[in-house]
Design a protein around this ligand. Sequence first.
Ligand SMILES: [Zn+2]
Length: 275
Amino acid sequence: MKNLRYLLGLVVLSTLTFPAMSAPKPLNVLATLHPLALIAASTVPLEQLEVLVPAGMTPHDFSLRPSDIDRLQNADIIFWAGPEAEPYLRGFAKRWPDKHWINLATYRQEGQSDDPHVWFSTAIALGAQADLAALLGHDNSEFAQSVAASVQFSEEQLQGLQQRGFFVFHRAYDHWVSERGLLQLGAFTLSPEQKPGIRTLQAMRDQLANGEVVCVFSEPEYTPALVDSVVGDLPVNRAELDPLGSHISVTKDGYARFLDDMAMRARACLEPREN
Ligand SMILES: [Zn+2]
């Protein structure tokens, strides 16, 4: 009898507590940019992860469609790069304060560059990813290890090339350049919509002619015509860098592969040309 009452008690207890203990509704995560999805995918199951600005599109000329606003509304966590990088999201954080907004720009440390392409800072990526993982109740140590391994790989790739000067297409790589200790000598434009001035181009042309610059990077999203016209037939290496890593697929180790790929592309362009 005592046992039966005990069992009944257990049944009652379990039916009472079951709803609360059943698996909570999985949190939907919206990563606003492809490189942020590469970071988020380290801890968010792919079926819970969406990307706002599709791969191959740049945030510099993006504007929200009604379906994008629906996706924002359906998300529980928004993993974004802040209002400077993503002006189209200005105001939404205030509109939906109940959502978790993880703004990577807020992880910037004092003295760090104000370049809004914040995903190139592994320190920022690690900080934001740790908070995202914590919201989901996940462990973040695997991500931290994979980033540390990529940093080491990058250092090996770029060893001895830190003093080789280069130009980038637009000002997007400050965090990466400073973490890797590289010698970026200029950018054709601050932002891809702005055409560089004649004086800037002439100064860059002079630097190229002096042999200070051994490598010039263009970007897949923009036609290289401008770069072609400045470089002309000077003997410098040419390569492509994509600040959005659009060709890197969104998988658990995507961010580490993105960093590795940057280092390999940079090495190939910075190495002396074989004659
Ligand atoms: Zn950019």
